[in-house]
Design a protein around this ligand. Structure first.
Ligand code: ATP
Ligand code: MG
Length: 429
């Protein structure tokens, strides 16, 4: 039994309160042997994800809750910079990829999933969206009055990645957000690009990894000298960056050389090498895609001009994996409150009547509760609770009732307190 509550702000349903006896997923003592990354091990053991095959994971109810929380944080920031949400197709048109010369481009085609049509021809499984947007928007952009616009998607992306040892940080199917900017000129583009830097910082702060995530200069392609990656420092990362810890400036190893260091005014002696994972990136595309699709607009003088584009990605599933890499202990995950699958883990040690009353009053106040009403011993419930990593644990037992109420403990602290039932709400808000 669980309630699906309609979220009036974002029109999104998720599993907002749940009886654990009805949650079909189970925790596991061991992760699959071939799973080497900490994020996949903990997420599989906790019942957040199910491994389909290497690099391909199903989001189970607990995992989906986390993804929805991350999605809402990102959506809020994208809407705040005038992003407009939509959904592009997963099956992609070969012709438009040929128009941009990327259908057979080694660097892309290499890891592209392509499918044959029964009646001849080929389609690609969603790899990225520049072509799709540029081609589609040709139909809707005519005049300078139609610009700027900032459409974005949340969707599944498919890549035939060769490395797949990083759990959900590198999937062959993964969930991302991508926004594309369509601006009238470089100045308009640059202003928006800077806004997106701030929006991204807000997102990484909100999901609890702001302290360890650095804007990192990376190669920019042909239209701008640099692109910007958001790199989170973790040994589980696949990238190497050079970081100046005092100023927070970082450079990806890919472009790290004396010329770049001098140009940026960095002191080589102060740069430290770090392993990191790219949780997002922002890119100035110039006319790289507007040109092949002849995506133009008429300016105030009736002159035809090419639209200036930018792209802005975040891997939500990678972000979820990164949060786990950065926030766990030997007993399990420690979710930051903003992305936790539930706010409260309510455990009944043979006191289901009292616990059920507390569950009802918390959910009536809009608190997200996972209620462990199962017929299993307290030790198992406590171990599962630490593994799953919900921010507040509330235990109702004979002992707690005798002591005056329930035992409340934060996942990231060793101390617990006995509080009266009436005080619980005040303690977690
Ligand atoms: P990487 O260098 O790690 O392969 P990328 O440069 O290919 O990343 P983009 O194509 O720009 O990444 O995709 C945008 C975002 O999508 C990345 O910043 C990252 O957060 C995420 N992402 C990319 N590839 C994967 C993947 N295989 N699994 C999960 N997330 C991914
Ligand atoms: Mg890649």
């Amino acid at each position: 039994m669980h309630n699906i509550i309609f979220d009036p702000i974002f029109y999104l349903a998720y599993n907002i309160a749940m009886f654990q006896s009805k949650l079909f997923t189970k925790t596991r003592k061991e992760a699959p042997k071939d799973e080497v990354s900490k994020n996949a091990q903990l997420l599989i053991r906790g019942g957040f994800i199910h491994k389909e095959v290497a690099g391909v994971y199903t989001m189970l109810p607990l995992g989906l809750n986390v993804i929805k929380k991350i999605e809402n944080i990102i959506r809020q920031e994208m809407n705040a910079v005038n992003g407009i949400e939509m959904r592009t197709t997963v099956l992609q048109n070969k012709d438009i990829w040929e128009a941009s010369n990327r259908w057979d481009d080694e660097s892309v085609a290499d890891i592209w999933f392509k499918v044959q049509l029964k009646n001849g021809g080929e389609l690609g499984l969603s790899f990225t969206n520049e072509e799709a947007y540029a081609n589609m928007l040709k139909q809707y952009i005519n005049s300078y009055r139609d610009l700027p616009i900032y459409p974005y998607d949340f969707k599944n992306i498919f890549r035939n990645e060769i490395r797949s040892k990083s759990g959900i940080m590198r999937g062959r199917e993964f969930y991302w957000k991508a926004l594309y900017s369509f601006s009238r000129d470089e100045d308009e583009h640059n202003i928006f690009y800077e806004k997106m830097k701030t929006a991204y910082q807000n997102i990484f702060n909100a999901v609890g990894i702001g302290d360890t995530t650095y804007i990192t200069l990376a190669s920019g392609g042909s239209f701008s000298q640099y692109s910007h990656e958001f790199q989170s420092i973790t040994d589980a990362g696949e990238d190497t960056i050079y970081l100046d810890e005092s100023s927070g400036v970082a450079v990806n190893k890919e472009i790290y050389n004396d010329e770049v260091i001098n140009q940026l005014g960095l002191d080589k002696g102060k740069l430290v090498e770090k392993r990191a994972i790219e949780v997002g990136n922002i890119f100035s595309l110039g006319t790289r895609f507007s040109e092949p699709f002849n995506l133009t607009y008429k300016d105030e003088n009736g002159e035809e001009k090419l639209v200036i584009m930018g792209s802005y990605g975040i891997g939500l599933s990678r972000l979820m994996g990164t949060i786990v890499e950065l926030s766990s202990d030997e007993r399990g995950i420690i979710w930051p409150e903003s992305v936790a699958p539930f706010k409260v883990h309510l455990l009944s040690f043979g006191k289901n009547e009292e616990a059920r009353a507390l569950y009802d009053s918390l959910t009536a106040s809009g608190v997200e509760v996972l209620y462990d009403d199962r017929e299993v011993n307290p030790g198992e419930k406590l171990a599962d609770s630490d593994l799953i990593g919900i921010p507040y644990r509330v235990v109702v037992s004979e002992k707690s009732i005798t002591a005056g109420g329930v035992e409340i403990k934060r996942r990231n602290s060793l101390d617990s307190d006995i509080v009266s039932i009436g005080e619980v709400l005040g303690r977690i808000k």
